[in-house]
Ligand binder design. Structure first.
Ligand code: PMP
Length: 674
């Protein structure tokens, strides 16, 4: 069977293969060995990284003996068909694994081109391989309608980089779609019109609000103006409106404690931004502050391992049920790495994402829905200028919680490295796509694609075990962040051994012949497992562990009480607005006709309730009943004032419709600022 696999993938007669010859001597290269590895996995359900085929089981007979040892005693094989084999899908240059020495005949053909500085045979071979790939790239460019000039300046540093930069486009006849995407400018809510059809009553109200608020927060305004030239700050212009640009600046904090923060002018606020969800225990909880102080006194050693790293990883595993975990600095890094791991294990490039889910700022996930293709399927286009289009070509963009998406996935999942999803989507606070997630799990398992849960916002906030525990669905990889670090930058990448082992080669022991066997990819960062991060994450997770589920249950029910009270109030006063909520996350939603809804937040700020420009709200365990009463009171006073100023309708019959209010495009754009 192995001979057949090798023969087919290398394009030679199976009978001609020598059982005792090294695969490289037989002409195998890294691509064919990767394909063989996948075919073996499909056929025998035995995973043999292609590197092991190079270094250890490098002949047909040694490989056969090894597989034989791994098979069940009854010798039964898996029943997957040849068409399941992902090997057949490895067709694009970016799917190529790192190059191996070329077949001897290719080396011979290129011998006359002796590269400068290629001394050892291996160096020579690799350099020659680079040259061949560069030539192949040139051919690809020429095939793509002279697109070579577009990439002409990109140096061929390594084959992999070069291939990425020059991924071939499909020709017009073969391309399934031709999509013209309008240039996308994020946060296009910038409105320059000065009057906006204001009535005198509205104008006067806004002017007075601006005067009061800018007097109260003059220190924040002064700092914004003073440093605008040098501090590039997108938060300072988020949701910019000419109409109220005089009060367009971020609140500048002086200090914070518990549920409160104080600005540079000494004003006190109840904070319901709570670090975009990171401050689940409130500002500066003593157990985090103490842990950080202790660590600062011991030094900020980078390089030598933090003594907390191992036990914190073990605690992540204990709380969430994952097999292994590691730490980086942000959710973005963790998402990017999760995708890399999935691509390493599957050997596939394409990923599926869902419209409306947010996964941070890695270019590879910065996509949004563009036009529709011939089959009526939405295409993925760059979310913002500067995101390369070729990144989007690897993305299958689907609708969340939509049965049609499951149909598409069933037919395409075998081509996917991963399906990345927010299991509790933070931008759709009412949505709990449990049944959909179960289907995703089943489809990805069947197709050998990784299911990745992005729990950066929801992880630990909902339940210590996250969505996996809530829904009883195990993902292959899970990404955590925010609450786990209690305010210190953090990204946690966790999941099954199969995937996590590609970080370090997997399990091995001392005193025996074992060694890190799994195929590995690259995962590194100067500040990964930073001592301060580890101190904060350990203290935070340890707190979750010792508090038990009551911590989240109480926080969730407290938030529910608040949001129910707010919604009852909106209904009572017939305002087409509502608060969407899940767990301890909530967000105010306003009917599209309420065009001054943005001023709601400025009124709240004036009253001492802080909601950052992103407008997502979070409660923390530090918020008291007194704080909740304060929030309700501030909202009621704001609605009354805005109505008096003609900025909100005094009464409307459409309150029932308010329950259905979706996010506007502008709201969605602001939402993705964190
Ligand atoms: N995933 C989700 C669901 C997020 O909400 C975010 C940021 N809010 C990220 C990933 C990226 O995390 P970070 O900002 O730490 O890079």
């Amino acid at each position: 069977m192995l001979r057949t696999i090798f023969g087919e993938l290398m394009g030679v007669d199976a009978e001609e293969l020598d059982d005792h010859k090294h695969f490289v001597e037989m002409g195998a290269d890294s691509l064919s060995l990767l394909q063989v590895s996948q075919a073996i996995q499909n056929k025998f359900d035995v995973k043999i990284p292609f590197r092991v085929m190079l270094e250890e089981f490098s002949t047909l007979d040694s490989l056969a003996a090894h597989i034989d040892e791994q098979l069940p005693v009854d010798g039964s094989l898996t029943t997957q068909t040849e068409t399941d084999a992902p090997a057949a899908q490895l067709t694009t240059p970016e799917e190529l694994p790192p190059p191996l020495p070329l077949k001897p005949e290719l080396i011979a053909r290129d011998e006359e081109q002796k590269p400068i500085g290629a001394n050892s045979p291996l160096e020579r071979v690799l350099t020659q391989q680079l040259q061949i790939m560069a030539r192949q790239l040139e051919l690809l460019r020429q095939r793509n309608n002279g697109s070579s000039s577009r990439h002409a300046a990109i140096p061929v540093e390594t084959p992999k980089t070069a291939l990425h930069e020059t991924a071939p486009r499909k020709s017009d006849e073969t391309a399934p779609r031709k999509i013209e995407s309008p240039p996308f400018i994020p946060y296009k809510a910038i409105k320059k019109e000065r009057s906006d059809g204001l009535t005198p009553q509205q104008r006067e109200h806004i002017q007075k609000l601006i005067a009061r608020l800018t007097a109260r927060t003059s220190g924040s305004k002064r700092l914004a103006a003073e440093y605008r030239a040098t501090l590039a700050d997108n938060r300072a212009t988020a949701g910019f409106r000419m109409l109220w640009k005089e009060m367009q600046y971020p609140l500048v904090a002086d200090r914070a404690s518990g549920s409160r923060l104080w600005d540079v002018d000494g004003n006190e606020y109840v904070d319901i931004t709570m670090g975009f969800g990171a401050l689940l225990f409130g500002h500066s909880p003593s157990f985090i502050v103490n842990a950080l102080h202790t660590q600062i006194e011991r030094g900020l050693q980078l390089g030598a391992q933090s003594q907390l790293a191992g036990k914190t990883a073990a605690l992540v595993c204990e709380l969430t049920g994952v097999e292994r975990a590691t730490f980086c600095n942000s959710g973005t890094e963790a998402v990017m790495s999760a995708l890399r791991l999935a691509r390493t294990v599957t050997g596939r490039t394409k990923i599926a994402l869902f419209e409306g889910c947010y996964h941070g700022t890695f270019d590879g996930v910065m996509v949004r829905a563009g036009g529709k293709d011939a089959e009526g399927r939405v295409s993925a286009i760059p979310l913002a200028p500067g995101v390369p289009e070729y990144m989007c070509e690897n993305v299958l963009l689907l609708k969340l919680n939509d049965p049609a998406s499951l149909g598409v996935l069933r037919s395409q999942a075998h081509t996917l490295a991963a399906v990345l999803v927010e299991p509790m989507p933070s931008r759709f606070p009412d949505l709990r796509p449990e049944a959909f997630l179960r289907e995703l799990r089943a489809i990805t398992t069947d197709a050998g694609a990784a299911l990745i849960f992005d729990e950066v916002v929801t992880g630990f906030r909902f339940h210590s075990g996250g969505a996996q525990a809530m829904f009883g669905i195990q993902a292959d990889l899970v990404v955590y962040g925010k609450a786990a670090g209690a305010g210190i930058p953090i990204g946690i990448l966790a999941g099954k051994r199969l995937y996590m082992d590609t970080i370090d080669g997997g399990m091995w022991s001392y005193g025996d012949e074992s060694y890190p066997r799994s195929e590995t990819t690259f995962f590194a960062g100067t500040y990964f497992k930073h001592p301060l991060t580890m101190a904060a994450v350990w203290a935070s997770l340890d707190h979750f562990k010792h508090s038990g589920p009551a911590l989240q249950e109480e926080l969730n029910s407290r938030t529910l009480r608040l949001t129910e009270a707010l919604n009852s109030y909106f209904e009572e006063v017939s305002l087409p607005a509502r608060v969407a909520n899940f767990a301890s996350i909530f967000r105010f939603l306003f009917a599209p006709e309420l065009k001054f809804a943005e001023l709601f937040y400025y009124h709240l700020l004036e009253k001492g309730l802080y909601i950052c420009e992103t407008r997502n709200c979070f409660l923390s365990t530090a918020h008291t009943d007194h704080d909740l009463d304060f929030i309700l009171r501030a909202v009621k006073e704001t609605v009354a004032e805005m109505r008096a100023g003609g900025l909100l309708p005094s009464s409307t019959s459409s309150s029932a419709e308010a329950r259905q209010i979706p996010l506007t495009e502008a709201q969605k754009e602001l939402w993705i600022l964190t």
